[in-house]
Design a protein around this ligand. Structure first.
Ligand code: GLA
Length: 702
């Protein structure tokens, strides 16, 4: 819902529990009024009428107060917008007008959008604010439309968020690296700027584009105010959290890392920034996560009301050494264990018998699949499963037909080395002929066989991002992402029954932008079931279980650390997201297969609650005992893991959340009846013991 003050210069957007207010001053300065609990328009007007900031010569009145600080004038904060022409740099805007939609027929929970239009010498700048029905997330983005002379956009952030004055703030972030993504850390914010981002051309394993802040470090998992921001962009990005000299805190974020030039706008051209979404919650970190999850299921992830199938992926079992017969054998085993989607990973195409060749040639390897993929696809369908394949379309191996034909289709700098990582180069997707080639190849591939699922990988970062012959080569950083989105959108429209998974060497491309175009993401190449608990804990801070793919692989873990763990522990760890199996099933014994089958059966029963329920993180993984809980329509699922039991120390009962204290709950495992108040305040016993033990507890409200 959007409300407008009497003089048409104060605006208030409200969701179910929160409001966001802003005000246009006498000199067209746009100042922030409020972001926090839901307030009324009269409150926003009172804030607008209150005393303005104090001013003296060495500080700027506007710093820390503006909604979107442009470069120029008396401002010393990091500008969200920085543009230049041959004559001038910076912006001095005039307000032109506003539009809103979102008068709320339901009386408060309906969505609404506010657009504020400014201009400077022919450059139109529109600030967008949108709240979706039933959600407290504020989506902000900016449109630049150039009707003036050509100009260079050095920086165009999506939004600047302003926090209320508090004594201090604590910052939560998700950092990582390959095979150890989304690690949650919290630290006190101090004066200056904290910058996170990626200079790699993709979102990166190093940081998820998300931050959360709580005042004075007072929030807990279930209590306290938390502010969060998440960027919907899958390329190079930056989020700067600044604590200004007067202790005010602002968070500015958008596409691009450096301010050395994002794009050039010719007369008549425009640019729309990605969305930078913000959320205020007073339900602690858990409440904030649940609000983010509900928002993504309702407005970001395609078809999130449909459960994702249990998949099998052949990568860890076979790596590059694949054949049709061996895939059929794996498929039979997968079908026996109850798998619903069988995915052939790398190695099925071109001359791809190792990572040294083949990327770029998206036709089946004739030695390995003499009849193409259709016979295997039909066979998999005949076993009652859907059929999926792996691709990495944005890349090329120098040893490929594509590269031999078009060596100039990659990103490169003339006369410089073409840096290979994993023996591959990055295609210049900004080039239209490259987009067209990929569209034709992938469209033909999806039409050539009964393919229901595509795992879309991206296995190296940009290094030599040049574009010889192009007047403004650095535009490829932004254009690459738009081309990727365009390709995915076009393929989805042409093949509406095909689902997509975003992968980038595991979790190197996870953000709200890619999630709007893919059905699930590959969380990490690390499938160790214990390491995974910490990765999943971080992932769940912002993204829902419905998108978080997790596989059960072999023990000892063949990929990384050789850890030995029970099938029970591996399954219960992977059941916290979209369950998959990735072990070499041809080596599993009958007993293991039978056990796997019963876990898959159990997962299918709890799946609607896990994938679409509300998540409560009961205990974080750093302790010996960790647990999560999902609740949906009176159905409750608890997953609990014990890393190691110490002698004489039985695992503590786990206190549940989100239940009705006055209701009774039946445990589906034991038939016992538990009282809600007892589960909430005293907890449930998990029966966990020894090392690496795990349990599933199902409860149903009576
Ligand atoms: C990446 C992915 C893996 C697998 C390999 C195949 O590393 O993250 O899951 O698909 O590529 O080469």
């Amino acid at each position: 819902m959007v409300e407008i003050g009497a003089d048409g210069r104060t605006w208030l957007l409200s969701g179910p529990t929160s409001s966001y207010g802003l005000r246009l001053g006498d000199e067209d300065e746009l100042v922030h009024l409020h972001w926090g609990p839901r307030i009324e328009l009269a409150d926003a007007e009172a804030l607008a009428a209150g005393p303005g900031p104090e001013y003296w010569a060495f500080e700027a009145t506007l710093d820390g107060h503006e909604e979107y600080p442009v470069e120029g004038g008396p401002r010393f904060v990091r500008p969200a917008l920085s543009v230049r022409t041959p004559e001038r740099r910076g912006t001095e805007w005039r307000f032109e007008g506003y539009e809103t939609d979102g008068a709320d027929p339901e009386g408060g929970a309906g969505g609404g959008e506010l657009r504020l239009r400014f201009s400077d010498s022919g450059l139109g700048i529109t600030l967008h604010y949108r709240m979706r029905a039933g959600a407290d997330v504020v989506e902000r983005w900016v449109t630049l439309a150039n009707e003036g002379p050509v100009l260079e956009v050095l920086r165009a952030d999506s939004a600047t968020w302003t926090l209320p004055r508090r004594d201090g703030w604590r910052l939560s972030q998700l950092h990582g690296r390959w095979a150890a993504e989304s690690r949650l850390v919290r630290s006190e914010l101090t004066y200056g700027e904290k910058i996170i981002g990626s200079r790699r051309g993709h979102t990166g394993h190093q940081h998820l584009p998300w931050v959360a802040l709580d005042a004075d470090g007072t929030a807990t998992e279930e209590l306290g105010e938390v502010y969060g921001c998440a960027l919907a962009w899958s390329g190079t990005w930056r989020i700067a959290v600044a604590q200004l000299p007067d202790a005010r805190v602002q968070i500015t974020g958008g596409a691009g890392y450096d301010d050395s030039g994002l794009l050039r706008l010719e007369p008549g051209e425009s640019f729309v920034t990605p969305v930078f979404a913000g959320l205020w919650s007073d339900g602690g970190f858990g409440g904030a996560s649940r609000a983010w999850h509900a928002y993504q299921r309702a407005y970001v992830i395609p078809d999130a009301d449909q459960d994702r199938p249990v998949l099998y992926n052949s990568w860890e079992a076979t790596e590059f050494d694949i054949s049709e017969e061996q895939q059929r054998a794996l498929a039979r085993r997968a079908a026996e264990t109850g798998v619903e989607l069988f995915v052939v990973d790398d190695g099925w195409f071109g001359a791809r018998t190792s990572d040294r060749a083949g990327l770029g040639d998206w036709t089946p390897n004739p030695d390995r699949f003499p009849g193409g993929l259709e016979p295997l696809g039909d066979y998999v369908h005949g076993l009652g499963m859907r059929f999926g394949i792996w691709v990495e379309p944005e890349m090329v191996n120098p040893d490929s037909e594509l590269y031999r034909a078009h060596p100039d289709w990659v990103q490169f700098q003339p006369g410089r080395k073409r840096t290979e990582l994993r023996n591959q180069l990055v295609l210049n997707l900004a080039r239209e002929e490259v987009q067209e080639y990929l569209w034709e190849q992938l469209d033909a591939l999806l039409s050539s066989a009964p393919i229901d699922y595509v795992k879309w990988d991206f296995n190296r970062s940009f290094t030599d991002a040049g574009w010889p012959g192009e007047a403004y080569p650095q535009r490829l950083w932004v254009d690459h992402v738009h081309a990727l989105y365009g390709l995915l959108d076009r393929l989805r429209a042409a093949h509406p029954t095909v689902a997509f998974e975003s992968c980038s060497g595991g979790g190197g491309r996870i953000d709200l932008g890619i999630m709007a175009r893919t059905d699930q993401v590959w969380t990490s190449d690390n499938t160790d079931p214990l390491d995974r608990l910490a990765i999943q804990h971080g992932f769940s801070q912002v993204h829902p279980a419905r998108a978080m793919a997790a596989w059960v692989t072999d023990s000892p873990n063949t990929q990384l650390n050789g850890r030995v763990s029970s099938l029970r522990f591996r399954f219960v760890s992977a059941m916290a997201g979209v369950l998959g199996v990735g072990g070499d099933l041809t080596r599993w014994g009958e007993e293991e297969l039978a056990e796997a089958r019963s876990w898959v059966e159990l997962y299918k029963e709890i799946r609607p609650v896990v994938q679409r329920g509300d998540l409560y993180r009961l205990r974080a993984p750093e302790g010996g005992l960790s647990a999560v809980q999902y609740v949906r329509d009176g159905e409750v699922v608890v997953l609990a893991w014990l890393q190691a039991q110490h002698y004489g120390e039985p695992a503590a009962p786990v206190r549940l959340r989100g239940l009705d204290p006055s209701a009774s709950y039946e445990c589906l495992e034991t038939g016992e009846i538990h009282r809600g108040a007892v589960l909430l305040h005293h907890g449930v016993r998990t029966g966990l013991r020894g090392d690496l033990d795990a349990a599933v507890i199902r409860l149903r409200r009576r």
